[in-house]
Design a protein around this ligand. Structure first.
Ligand code: XMP
Ligand code: MG
Length: 183
């Protein structure tokens, strides 16, 4: 895909690169203060959270280890199926650790709710959630989310790690995708 055709697929920018970085810096400060002196592990959900993890982590005033999980819940469409399968599990044992799940987006909440329950069954000290984006009007289940970057309307979005059929992840902003692309 060339830059021109990507632009034609987007309707409007919801979060600019600058807004994202500014918000992640604020969240990193809050998170750091919350976990002061604790054994914190950042858990990213592949692949969408790659950009959030990279930038959030670099805004943290100190270092914390990261681990990754990959799950499948969507197939190639734009709606969550609620059926979650682990494609890649964590490398680390999280027993006794303070886990912070780092997510790109909470849409229906089905995926994250499943992941949260799954991680809680492994006896961590705590599990909290940080997400860059949340769609309050799309929630099918409530997921306790301590840190939210931006609440956005219930539209399909791409960019900053979020894909449609593996495209658009590299955009530096978050934008809505034109319906002609997926309908
Ligand atoms: P749910 O609905 O289970 O969503 O909360 C889980 C995962 O689906 C992806 N997702 C999206 N990806 N644009 C995307 O590119 C979207 O608007 C969108 N909504 C959900 C995302 O990976 C999320 O973690
Ligand atoms: Mg995705």
């Amino acid at each position: 895909m060339d830059a021109k055709s990507i632009e034609a697929d987007l309707v409007r920018v919801l979060c600019t690169e600058e807004q994202i970085q500014e918000r992640l810096a604020e969240l990193a400060q809050e998170v750091w203060e919350h976990y002061e002196g604790e054994d914190l592990l950042l858990v990213g959900v592949l692949k969408g959270a790659v950009m959030v993890m990279a930038d959030f982590m670099r805004h943290l005033p100190g270092s914390a280890p990261m681990d990754w999980m990959a799950v499948s819940s969507y197939g190639s469409g734009t709606k969550s199926s609620g059926v979650v399968r682990i494609l890649k599990d964590l490398d680390a044992d999280i027993t006794g650790k303070h886990v912070l799940i780092v997510e790109d987006i909470i849409d229906s909440g089905l995926t994250l709710s499943w992941i949260r329950t799954n991680l809680l069954s492994r006896s961590p000290a705590s599990v909290e959630v940080l997400t860059l984006l949340r769609k309050p009007d799309a929630a099918k289940v409530e997921v306790e989310t301590r840190w939210v970057g931006f609440d956005i309307p219930n539209e399909f979005v791409v960019g900053y790690g979020l894909d449609y059929a593996e495209g658009y992840r590299g955009l530096r902003e978050v934008a809505t995708l034109a319906p002609h692309v997926y309908s």
